[in-house]
Design a protein. Structure first.
Length: 144
């Protein structure tokens, strides 16, 4: 199951950019739907790779944040296929998306509330790990 559709990415990015990035032919005037769908499918698979250890997939109601992340990852993937384009902005959005997914996988950020005002269910076997109280913290180590 994907987190974003072609319409979602078309709403977020200029059509002219998507036409350029999704076509081999520089004279093309329409978005190559197959290339766009492939990039979105790859983005969804990458997102699932980060979330599957913590959440039961597929998510019944994917949070809106995953829609944006899927669009950013798909756009990066499309741009990386075109070496003549500047990748700096797309790379930054991609790195931000991955950083968010890593934090979600660790449980330090949430994906948003479900209809029942709770996080999506955890994956089978996933549990929070509790450890002993810390012996040292910032205050105890102040000055060292």
């Amino acid at each position: 199951m994907g987190y974003a559709t072609a319409d979602d990415i078309l709403a977020r990015y200029p059509n002219r950019d998507l036409v350029q990035l999704s076509n081999e032919d520089p004279a093309a005037t329409t978005v190559n739907a197959a290339a766009l769908e492939q990039a979105l499918s790859d983005a969804a698979a990458e997102i699932d790779g980060y979330l599957e250890g913590r959440f039961a997939l597929p998510l019944a109601q994917p949070p809106a944040v995953l829609n944006r992340l899927a669009c950013d990852i798909a756009m990066y993937r499309l741009q990386s296929l075109r070496p003549l384009h500047d990748l700096a902005d797309a790379r930054k959005r991609y790195e931000d998306a991955i950083a968010f997914l890593l934090e979600a996988a660790k449980g330090t950020v949430t994906l948003g509330l479900s209809a029942a005002s709770q996080e999506p269910p955890s994956a089978p076997g996933a549990s929070a790990i509790e450890g002993p109280q810390r012996l040292f913290d910032r205050d105890k180590l102040k000055g060292f």
